[in-house]
Design a protein around this ligand. Structure first.
Ligand code: NAD
Length: 475
């Protein structure tokens, strides 16, 4: 099956937009399809549909909501092969990663479908025998959700599943560069029997769409995944309109390797994590901080793993890293590597664009990178791994916590004492020790500091879509 064109989905109907734009395959820069962009009238229609959808969905029992969601999850599993192939074509990631993302999304829907049935309230003992005091959880209302291109389904499914489970309706602004995956997700909900208007999908000029939706009085909640810079703008706008916000923003994860760690294991797992999705992952390990006695061995093993990564078109067998998703990322990698080299860094492997066409960049390892180099301070969002040494626990904790980011962190050590200490001392929303284990549907996912607030996983994710109402009832 060919790659599909993508329309807007408003009030249960797929429809054309105001104009359309090209969707490009990042592996060869060829146009593979067209995408409809919404004008203001489409956005207004989508919000009105979401308001009507909310009126229906909030009164649909949690059991019924759960059933619709589980049907959607099953449909996504049935369609996983086609959905994954289209994701690879529009985003570039290897087919195996696209499959994992699609099947993982079905798990996420299932998990939140179950959670829908557990939005318990409570009874608070009253001071007066004649009074009953209840705390009930109600859906907050229509949600505007903004999702990026790095995980075209995963980023959307986390928001959509938690919102639908809570009883909210959604206007989802999907990623313009990778729209078909998002549309396939919306289609499974439609085919599972989600009432019209409960989930709407729009695309457009991002700033115009967010400006319209965030300010709209019928929208009650904003959820955004993307860069810290844009997140701050949207949070400020949401503040002006007193809208609740979940912000899942950038990171610059420290990956700390103590000398007592299993260095081979650390290098293998961290390299796999670094080059997954070509490093375009908000929780990607970024600053590799290795205790001095293990620095040479770790660097050698990590560089070996980087050289072994087969880069190519994600549809081809055996490819472990595809192209970057767009030309902006390639240019950003070139700028960061040039800046690091100028500051005195050494390129151990990679460091340049590869391939005759498409947005390919070599898996790159840098050493001797001064702390002032941009790559040590800005989220690279690509396949760059700067490795530095450290000589004391306090020094590495200070370095790990130096940046305003606080999303993910990783540590490797065989000392249970060090593991416990590092778990406590690193300022991050998530830390994974001696393994790579973040991002399950059932566990919290989110950051602190400039990495945002709110959670996109676990029962915590439901909180963002619920309000507590206190009912005091005299007999
Ligand atoms: P960008 O900051 O312009 O866009 C990031 C995402 O935000 C895109 O999906 C885009 O459509 C959206 N966006 C941008 N401006 C918006 C606005 N005013 N209103 C609503 N949505 C808006 O840049 P980019 O080149 O697409 O990505 C660059 C950086 O974004 C990366 O370096 C990375 O730091 C960050 N990013 C983070 C994630 C994540 O998972 N947290 C995902 C994608 C990009």
């Amino acid at each position: 099956m060919g790659y599909p064109n993508t329309q807007l989905y408003i009030n249960g109907e797929w429809q054309d937009g105001e104009r359309d734009i090209a969707v490009v395959d990042p592996a060869n820069e060829a146009e593979i399809g067209r995408l409809a962009l919404a004008g203001r009238s489409h956005l207004e229609e989508a919000v009105q549909a979401a308001a009507r959808g909310f009126a229906t969905w909030r009164r649909t029992s949690a059991f019924e909501r759960s059933k619709v969601m589980r049907r959607a999850a099953d449909l996504l599993r049935e369609r996983a092969e086609t959905v994954a192939a289209n994701m690879t074509r529009e985003q570039g990631k290897p087919l195996a990663e696209a499959r994992i993302e699609t099947l993982g999304a079905a798990d996420t829907i299932d998990w939140f479908a179950e959670e829908a049935r557990r939005t318990y309230g409570r009874v608070v003992p009253s001071r007066n025998e004649q009074v009953r005091q209840l705390v009930v959880r109600e859906p907050i209302g229509p949600v505007a959700a903004f999702t990026p291109w790095n995980f075209p389904i995963n980023q959307a499914v986390r928001k959509v599943s938690a919102a639908l489970a809570a009883g909210c309706s959604v206007v989802l602004k999907g990623p313009e560069e990778t729209p078909a995956s998002c549309a396939a997700l919306v289609q499974v909900f439609a085919d599972a029997g989600l009432p019209a208007g409960v989930l709407n999908l729009v695309f457009g000029v991002p700033a115009d769409v967010s400006g319209f939706l965030i300010a709209h009085p019928l929208i009650r909640k904003i959820s955004f995944t993307g860069s810290t810079q844009v997140g701050k703008q949207l949070a400020a706008l949401a503040g002006q309109h007193m809208k609740r916000v979940t912000m899942e923003l950038g990171g610059h994860a420290p990956a700390i390797v103590f000398a007592d760690a299993d260095i081979g294991l650390a290098a293998k797992l961290l390299a796999a994590a670094k080059f997954r999705n070509a490093g375009q992952v908000c929780v990607s390990p970024t600053r590799f901080l290795v205790e001095a006695p293990a620095l040479a061995e770790f660097t050698e093993r990590f560089a070996e793993a980087a050289r072994a990564v087969k880069v190519g078109n994600g549809l081809q067998d055996g490819v472990k890293m595809g192209p970057l998703a767009n030309v902006r990322r390639v240019e950003a990698m070139e700028r960061l590597v040039a800046d690091a080299k100028e500051a005195g860094a050494r390129v151990v492997t990679g460091g340049e664009r590869i391939g005759g066409g498409g947005y390919f960049f070599a898996p790159t390892v840098l050493t001797d990178v001064p702390q002032s180099a941009r790559v040590m301070n800005e989220e690279p969002f690509g396949p760059l791994a700067p490795i530095s040494g450290f000589s004391s626990y306090d020094e590495v904790v200070a370095e790990a916590n130096r940046l305003p980011y606080g999303l993910a962190a990783y540590a490797y050590t065989t000392s249970t004492r060090t593991a416990a200490a590092i778990g406590a001392d690193v300022e991050s929303g998530m830390i994974s020790i001696n393994q790579q284990g973040l991002g399950m549907p059932e566990t919290p996912f989110g950051g602190i500091k400039d990495s945002g607030y709110g959670s996109e996983g676990g029962s915590e994710a439901m909180e963002g879509y619920l309000v507590s109402k206190f009912i005091s009832e005299g007999r």
